[in-house]
Write a protein that binds this ligand. Structure first.
Ligand code: HEC
Length: 112
């Protein structure tokens, strides 16, 4: 991914975050807010049925993953426990609520 593309993804994430601030508190997360947040992730992960845009390297499938697993994985990237630079850059800008919303949405869709 180029620096420009990454910057675009971060800008989109920020916009999506602003929208999610108004989402109501649900027991897990808000799938609708999560859907808006994972829009940029599809470029690499090919979530919600889209094919990867440029699969130059292996990227794990995240659609249909288990809720708790997704929260744990994203939190680990955020805290640096998982050191992958690309995903750290993604997760660092996510709040705990964003992560719950994303995990709620991704675990609610079926794996493709
Ligand atoms: C620039 C490409 C790219 C983008 C954009 C991206 N990811 Fe990733 N993601 C990766 C790669 C590569 C890995 C594998 C990293 C590793 O080996 O730890 C990964 C791993 C993950 C994992 C761990 C999966 C597992 O099975 O352990 C999750 C969860 C995840 N990404 C969620 C997301 C979410 C949510 C977003 C959007 C906010 C996102 N990713 C955006 C490339 C990307």
């Amino acid at each position: 991914m180029t620096k420009t593309k990454l910057a675009c993804a971060l800008i989109a994430l920020t916009a999506a975050f602003a929208a999610s601030v108004f989402a109501a508190d649900a027991p897990k997360g808000d799938a609708k807010a999560g859907k808006a947040l994972v829009y940029t992730c599809g470029g690499c992960h090919g979530v919600t049925g889209y094919m990867n845009a440029y699969p130059n390297y292996h990227v794990p499938r995240i659609g249909g993953q288990n809720y708790d697993y997704l929260v744990a994985a994203l939190t680990a990237y955020k805290t640096g426990e998982r050191a992958h630079p690309t995903m750290r850059a993604q997760a660092e800008s996510l709040s705990d609520e964003d992560i719950r919303n994303i995990a709620t949405f991704l675990s609610s869709i079926s794996a493709q």
